[in-house]
Design a protein around this ligand. Structure first.
Ligand code: ATP
Length: 399
């Protein structure tokens, strides 16, 4: 078996005409933890429910293992689903809750007890098995719900925002726990969340969805370092990537991108790389993407600082938010708010002061087509003995 779950050009149109999923092609490998992430309403839950068999598909094929399951009943697919609002039976003990799916399936009593005990041990619930849900913490209840899902040894575990009812601290703990449990049982898992931190920390790979469409599938590193579209760039990374609308013009292999009170010259190999990606584009309206961590902030008395190729703009520091180990600066440049993340505790700029927004050494920039939202090219500012120069940046390659 080379693939655990596959959706082949899957479409879903709900009665009333909502096109919730449009042509999803996703291949999930055995043992993989695949996260579906994207804004509310992008179709994540619909995909999960179609894999589970709880929702009919409008077109396409879904495979679990080597089998097309389009017409297979949910209970015969070898999948188990854990919901956000998992409902445990309040009058049953944890052991009875976990045992319930086995009893319903007619598994002999002599087999049930050892299987419940084994699952409880893996979930570290052994000493809580006699308690009812009301006597368990939120995290323990969540683990009982998980136990109920895994006790039948599903080949695929489907998880729909299973942590969203837990408090922030417990969510962080359960993230690690869930990953450990998934590894221990060796099941393939499909995990739906709108929380990009959960997606990045848990996923072996991530499917980033937007408006019913799969925008990108990749490792957390790949989707973070080379987002395929503006929508992916907005979804992945916190604080979010700065996305500045501008107009690009190419002359002799170099590119100038200009926006409202900011401008950038890209020359060298990087400039030529961006120039090539602009060829054949109807307009030259682009969106420049730069992460807050790739920017630097310098004190500037001048209203418009032209101090070198690495300076992007000058603006006014609106707020400085201390986040502990780093500080997030919000700088107004024309009508935009540019976010700059610095790890120094103090860069010498206070709220209300003028500042230059510069590119940090090693900064990665992404140029997107404003019309389609697709990524056209990436460049990185590489420092060497000759100073800083632009070079092409693709495929999440290390600098
Ligand atoms: P969320 O994070 O808010 O749960 P999601 O990405 O999981 O969102 P889905 O629940 O898959 O999104 O919904 C995708 C789209 O389909 C939405 O526009 C939603 O309103 C619509 N939708 C979902 N279920 C139905 C239904 N039963 N009937 C009609 N439209 C539906």
């Amino acid at each position: 078996m080379t693939v655990a779950v596959e959706t082949k050009d899957v479409w879903k149109t709900y009665p009333g005409g909502v096109r919730a999923v449009r042509g999803a092609d996703i291949r999930i490998e055995p043992g993989e933890l695949m996260v579906l992430v994207g804004p509310s309403g992008c179709g994540k839950t619909t995909i999960l429910r179609m894999i589970a068999g709880l929702e009919r598909i409008t077109a396409g094929e879904i495979l679990v293992g080597d089998r097309v399951v389009n017409k297979v009943a949910p209970s015969k697919r070898g999948v188990a689903l854990v919901f956000q609002n998992f409902a445990l039976y309040p009058h049953k003990t944890a052991a009875e809750n976990i045992a319930f799916p086995l009893e319903s399936a007619g598994v002999p009593k002599s087999e049930i007890q050892p299987r419940v005990a084994a699952v409880a041990e893996m979930l570290e619930l052994t000493t809580q098995l006699d308690r009812r849900p009301g006597e368990l913490s939120g995290g323990q209840q969540q683990r009982v719900a998980l136990g109920r899902a895994i006790v039948r040894n599903p080949s695929v575990l489907l998880l729909d925002e299973p942590l969203s009812n837990l408090d922030a601290r417990l969510r962080v703990v359960m993230r690690t726990e869930l990953k450990r449990i998934q590894r221990a049982i060796g099941s393939t898992a499909v995990y739906v969340t709108h929380d990009q931190v959960e997606a990045m920390t848990m996923g072996d790979r991530i499917v980033v969805m937007n408006d019913g469409v799969v925008d990108q599938i990749g490792t957390p590193q790949e989707v973070y370092l080379t987002p395929a579209s503006v929508a992916v760039a907005k979804t992945i990374g916190s604080p979010a990537m700065n996305l500045l609308a501008g107009v690009a013009s190419a002359t002799g292999g170099a590119v100038r991108i200009e926006g409202d009170e900011w401008a950038l010259e890209l020359d060298g190999d990087g400039g030529a790389h961006v120039a090539r990606s602009l060829e054949g584009l109807a307009g030259a309206r682009v969106v420049l993407g730069v992460r807050p961590v790739d920017l630097d902030l310098r004190a500037s008395a001048a209203p418009r600082d032209e101090g070198g190729p690495a300076v992007l703009a000058s603006g006014t520091c609106l707020t400085a938010e201390p986040l502990g180990s780093e500080t997030l600066y919000n700088v107004t440049v024309a009508k935009e708010l540019v976010r700059v993340l610095r790890y120094e505790t103090h860069v010498g700029i206070r709220e209300g002061e003028r500042a230059s927004v510069a590119l940090a050494p090693g900064a990665r920039l992404h140029v997107f087509d404003e019309t389609s939202g697709k990524r056209l090219a990436g460049v990185a500012l590489q420092a060497d003995g000759m100073g800083a120069r632009w070079r092409p940046y693709e495929n999440a390659d290390p600098l």
